[in-house]
Design a protein around this ligand. Structure first.
Ligand SMILES: [Zn+2]
Length: 497
């Protein structure tokens, strides 16, 4: 037997949680052919993995790689920040926003040199806009139209439907009904819940209801207790998830290993007021005499909830030297304004992104350790050195493994690899991936348990991690000796394809 690629002498941590063992992995074409003592075999190419962990490629089911606002896979297909973390599969289209039409987008991506596999959820906000439903609850006819669009997306290979940032007029009933065709096609419902702050329990109740009524398995995206009004609710959140699981609902969650979220400064202004300003012709109407007091009140309440303006740090995608990496307190002082007004002016200016340092470390750990929670980045594709980046774009998986697993002792290598591989694969129906067994696709990440480490920080975020020397995508070497190779072996994944 001659293998195309032979990985020699590594410790196999197969993704299921089973204890690691030393063996060789023989690959033919894009599949794992054999695992065992293959020392007598010949191979066209080989990698010496002695002393290293050989694991399934990491699967990042929550990211925004489709987001063209900041490049996105269509514009920067070859960027390395995901594959260098050992990620071999991305599922994008999260938080309610996806490309449209799905089929056209996937066909375009299939033509590009991408470095890891790529699949999509269909965003319910996107579908709502496509169906031209206005700022009001959808009627039966509109719901039927949205259901047709979801069906079309599922036929094109979407893995499910995502929601996020829904304003009050979108009802639970509407969400559940629009999600039904996703359930019929075997897809899931991934939700950036309506609230992760004070009203998180009501929001979680809604997410569970949508799952139970639509028939979709539920994925709580980037689970967190956001802001100080939610910090003490972590036990209630976990209990509610456990109770739903006991009733038979397939509900899980994902989590990135950092205490700051990343979003737009617009979040400081209540969405109701942004919608009203939009209705009047643009966000500059936030300054209108009859709105400004409410803007101030809402923004000040928000700033209070995050614990003060110093906890909002600007992270623009395109460099903005006056605010890059500064916090709202500093920028407001420089402008001689009150913080709420600075936040409003930057909201009017448009699409200024920022980080909110609003999570408690202890809660981050609680979520990560829960058996229904696995790893995901909530990240974006990033060009090394460009703009201000959240470190999760470079460090999510090595931080789960190296920092929280090895250094903090939260997980064994087998447990943490499972949370990066088979758990997301099973949930998202990636049946050919997520475990190292013969016949599965050879997406493989080879790392050092002693050396794996995230090096991107909030202060200095553009750094690839250490300790992940080799990454195999579909049987081909995508990263060798810590550097990407010339080839781009990622594939477009369609559900059931
Ligand atoms: Zn989100």
């Amino acid at each position: 037997m001659t293998f195309d690629l032979l990985i020699r002498g590594g410790t196999i941590v197969d993704g299921t949680g089973a204890a690691g063992y030393v063996a060789d992995v023989g690959i033919v074409g894009d599949r794992i052919h054999a695992i065992g003592d293959l020392s007598a075999a010949e191979a066209a190419d080989s990698i010496d993995a002695t002393g290293l962990i050989v694991a399934p490629g990491f699967i990042d089911v929550h990211n925004h790689a489709n987001n063209e606002m900041d490049g996105g896979i269509l514009n920067i297909p070859g960027v390395e920040n995901q594959v260098r973390q050992g990620v071999t599969t991305l599922i994008a289209g999260n938080c309610g926003g996806s490309p449209w039409p799905i089929d056209e987008h996937l066909e375009a991506v299939a033509e590009l040199p991408i470095r890891q596999n790529y699949g999509l959820l269909v965003g319910m906000d996107t579908v709502r806009a496509e169906a031209e439903v206005g700022a009001e609850p959808a009627n039966d006819e509109q719901i039927a139209r949205m259901q047709d669009l979801i069906r079309e997306a599922m036929d094109a290979g979407a893995f499910g439907v995502s929601t996020g940032y829904f304003p009050d007029f979108v009802t639970t009933d509407e969400i559940a009904r629009v999600a039904e065709p996703a359930a019929e096609a075997g897809g899931l419902y991934a939700t950036h819940m309506r609230s992760e702050a004070g009203p998180i329990l009501e929001a979680l109740q809604e997410a569970i209801a949508v799952g139970e009524r639509s028939g979709c398995p539920v994925q709580i995206s980037h689970i967190k207790c956001w802001g100080r009004h939610a910090w003490d609710l972590v036990d209630d959140v976990l209990e509610m998830i456990e109770a739903a699981r006991e009733r038979g609902l397939d509900i899980t969650a994902d989590r990135y290993p950092y205490v700051a979220s990343f979003s737009g400064v617009a979040n400081v202004i209540p969405s109701r007021l942004r919608i009203e300003a939009g209705r009047r012709g643009g966000l500059e109407h936030l300054r209108d005499d009859d709105l400004i007091d409410e803007v101030r009140e809402g923004a000040e309440a928000f700033i209070d909830e995050i614990g003060g303006p110093q906890n909002l740090v600007f992270a623009p995608l395109e460099p903005m030297p006056k605010i890059d990496g500064k916090n709202l307190h500093e920028v407001a002082q420089e402008r001689d304004q009150e913080p709420w007004r600075t936040a409003m002016e930057l909201t009017i200016q448009g699409s200024v992104s920022c980080m909110f340092f609003v999570m408690r470390e202890e809660n981050v750990r609680r979520f990560m350790q829960h058996p229904a929670v696995f790893a995901a980045s909530d990240g974006h594709l990033r060009v090394l050195g460009k703009g201000v980046s959240h470190p999760r774009n470079y460090g999510t998986f090595p931080r789960w493994i190296g920092h929280y697993g090895r250094d903090e002792g939260l997980f064994t290598v087998e447990e943490v690899v499972r949370k990066c591989t088979s758990m997301p694969a099973r949930k998202y129906g990636l049946h050919d991936r997520g475990e190292l067994t013969p016949r599965r696709i050879a997406d493989i990440t080879i790392f050092s348990w002693e050396e794996i480490r995230d090096t991107a920080t909030f202060e200095d975020p553009h750094h690839y991690p250490d300790g992940i020397p080799h990454v195999i995508v579909a049987g081909k070497v995508a990263v060798r000796d810590g550097d990407v190779t010339d080839g781009a072996y990622g594939r477009v994944l369609r559900r059931r394809s």
